[in-house]
Every structure is written in structure tokens, then in C-alpha cells.
Ligand binder design. Sequence first.
Ligand SMILES: Nc1ncnc2c1ncn2[C@@H]1O[C@H](COP(=O)(O)OP(=O)(O)OP(=O)(O)O)[C@@H](O)[C@H]1O
Ligand SMILES: [Mg+2]
Length: 293
Amino acid sequence: MTVQIKTSHLIERAAKHLRGLEDLARSSPLPPASGEAAAAQAAPVSPATSLVPPRLIEFATLEQAGMIPWGRKRERIAEEFRLVQSQVLRQLDAAAKPGSQSSALTNLVMITSSRPNEGKSFVSLNLAASIAHFGARPVLLVDADAKHTSLSHHLDLMEAPGLLDFGAGLVPRAEEIIVPTRLETLSVLPIGGPGHTRADLAAKVAIATAVERLVRRFAPAVIVLDAPPCLSTSDPSALAPLAGQTVFVVEAERTRRSEVESALDLIAACPAITLLLNKSQLTTHSTFGAYYY
Ligand SMILES: Nc1ncnc2c1ncn2[C@@H]1O[C@H](COP(=O)(O)OP(=O)(O)OP(=O)(O)O)[C@@H](O)[C@H]1O
Ligand SMILES: [Mg+2]
């Protein structure tokens, strides 16, 4: 069914609300640490702090970070994410069928965009939560954006070990640094690098290699990757042939068509790309802002 949208797109309205909560999230202390520090193995750089993950991410923290609460009423924003989630799962199932030609890692879903600040982390969190909840599959949400780190920041995980530490060989087993959430099927791997200059550590780590190891280790879990923008780093381009599918976020009325085209050229090796129109001021009929590319 199509819906006439007379006001701002609901994703936009929800995000406005969530922006107001960001200050709250920033002022929250980190959850208490637990467990033993992981030992560094043949590390090219040495850890300056003990690599101890936080215990558990509560629902309140997920919501402060931008997760749309779906339990209270059927909000359009949550419905929209359910539609994208269904599309992603359909693609995932199609690629997993015997006879599928793709050599990509079916379970790897990359979220990217042309430029910073288009809503990648917001989409990553909600898509991951939606797949975990409605798709009833284990999902690992990974922050792979070492420059903007918005997901780790929103989840209060800036001091936690994560992808960079795993990629640099500072933790032998990713299991030790994955943070569970109150939503049982959803776990998070932050960007990591506490105690280091993150940019220095990121320069030493091959993100695509680290992600590939993660995906193989945690199959059949769905890995939702909050990746950097295509026009800022080469990571999305390196990840594109690995990812079973990409959700490409386009900020409506801001991103230039030429930028979108250049960015899509860089990730053309990905077998399935879905465009997701974000922050749109739609006044015409629309079912949802997601289109196959
Ligand atoms: N649909 C939306 N409408 C309004 N604001 C939004 C929408 N989506 C995201 N935002 C807001 O825009 C800002 C950037 O969103 P987000 O952090 O998800 O983008 P990003 O692409 O991950 O940015 P970065 O490249 O810096 O990591 C946040 O303040 C977020 O709340
Ligand atoms: Mg981000």
C-alpha cells in the first residue's frame, strides 16, 4: 500500500528526536568492565590499556544511540526499517541458495554512503536491530568507520576494544571483545583502539581482511557493517567484492548525483546494492525510500 506523506519523512523526525538524546548518551559513564584482559599476540603495536569489553548494552543505551523502539506502537519509522530488513533478508536468502554464482560473503551487509553524515550509523543500528528482532537471526553490528566512529560514540563504546584491536592482532579471539546487548540476538563490535591514536592504528590495519575473518568466524550470523563513506576512504571499495550486499544511504536533497555515481562506481564489485533515501522531504506517494540499484 502506498502512503501519502505530508510532513517530513518519519525517519527524519525520529532522528531529530534522537539528536536531542545524544548529549544524554555522551554524559553516561561506560558500563563497568568485567572479565580478564585479552593477551596480545604477535602484535605489531602494543596495547596501552587493558582490552576489556563492557558487560552488556542495555535497551536504554541502544535507544539513546538511535534505535527506534518497536514495542510500544506501530510507528511508521519502525515499519520502514522492517521493510528494508525484509528486503535485505530476501537478498540474503537468495544469495545463500545452492547454485548462486556469487563468491561474496553472503552474510556480510555493508552500509555506506558517498559522504559523511548521511545517516549510515543510524541505518546500521536500526537495520541490525530489526534483523535481530524480526528476522530472529543472530546479528553482529560492527563499527568499521575509524574516522567518524559515530556508532561506537553513540553506544558509549569509545573506550572499548574492537575491530582495530582484532585487526592489529592485539586480541587473539574476537569473541572476547564482542559486546552483547539486552536484545539477545544482537551483539556489537566497536571500532576499538583505546589507548592508541586511532588514526595510527587504523593505518596499520587492513579492515577488509579483519572483516573477512570475522564473517567466516561468526557464520551464519549476519554481520552489519557500519562502513566509512566511499569518497573518504578506500575501505568500502576494498570491502565491496566481499560483501554479499550493500545498503547505500543517500541523503535526500543534499548528496549530488555525481557524488552518488562516483561512489557507486567504487563499490560496483558488490553483487547487490540497495539505495536508501534518507532525510527526505517526501510529499508524493512513496512506499519506502529503498531501491535496488
Ligand atoms: N533521517 C534522518 N533525519 C534527520 N536526521 C538524521 C536522519 N538520519 C540521521 N540523522 C542524523 O544525522 C546525523 C548523522 O547521522 P549518522 O551518525 O547516522 O550519520 P553517518 O553517516 O554515520 O555519519 P558519519 O559519516 O559522521 O559517521 C545524526 O545526528 C543523526 O541523528
Ligand atoms: Mg557513522
